[in-house]
Design a protein around this ligand. Structure first.
Ligand code: GDP
Length: 192
């Protein structure tokens, strides 16, 4: 795809408010603050598009960007906010579950993680769900610029090992929005 014309299409508070379920969607998920917005901005080569469309204080929305007619990138709500009330957390989880399970146009999930930390429980859960629903998953370990090459490789191996405990085969790659490391691999994967 050519991401240069990507624009903000809409925000949806729930599954029913999403655009018509046709075409192709690639969803991005991750814990809050891992660098998901930055990774999306890097992918589409626009400095602020994803951040701008974030409504302050409202992190529970699904944000949708159109790359080309019928091709969409979906920014799922960052999970793991400690401050959210339990009721909202459960609502969010159900929305994610429903989206992953029922969305026909959804063709792939990219899970963004901070390369400095081990794979968290919520990351494991979402990866496991996606695999159960036969959805191709790519795990991107972002902020790779924050560690030495050697430390990055070690983290990559650790995350792969963690994932292999509950899924047979999963692609895990390094990424950095700062240096654009890994951008070619990400684009190639999304084009496949
Ligand atoms: P989100 O909450 O997951 O959307 O995270 P953001 O994209 O807003 O990033 C959270 C913080 O991490 C911000 O201060 C970013 O500048 C920083 N950040 C994101 N990606 C990178 C990266 O690849 N390298 C470095 N060094 N910092 C990053």
């Amino acid at each position: 795809y050519n991401y240069h014309g990507t624009y903000f299409l809409t925000s949806a508070p729930n599954i029913r408010s999403l655009p018509i379920d046709s075409g192709i969607e690639i969803a991005f998920a991750g814990l809050s603050n891992v660098g998901k917005s930055s990774a999306l901005n890097t992918l589409i080569n626009q400095k602020k598009l994803v951040r701008i469309s974030k409504i302050p204080g409202n992190t529970k929305l699904i944000n949708i960007f159109e790359v080309e007619p019928g091709i969409r990138l979906v920014d799922l709500p960052g999970y793991g906010y400690a401050v959210l009330p339990e009721k909202i957390k459960i609502q969010l989880q159900n929305t994610m579950l429903e989206y992953l399970q029922k969305r026909t146009s959804l063709k792939g999930l990219v899970v963004i993680m901070d390369i400095r930390y081990p794979m968290k429980y919520l990351d494991q859960q979402i990866v496991q769900l996606a695999v159960e629903f036969n959805l191709p998953v790519l795990v991107l370990l972002t902020k790779a610029d924050k560690l030495s090459t050697c430390a990055c490789k070690l983290q990559l191996t650790k995350v792969r090992e963690t994932a292999l405990v509950f899924v047979n085969n999963i692609q895990v790659e390094m990424f950095s929005s700062l240096t654009k490391q890994g951008i070619d691999k990400l684009r190639k994967k999304l084009n496949a």
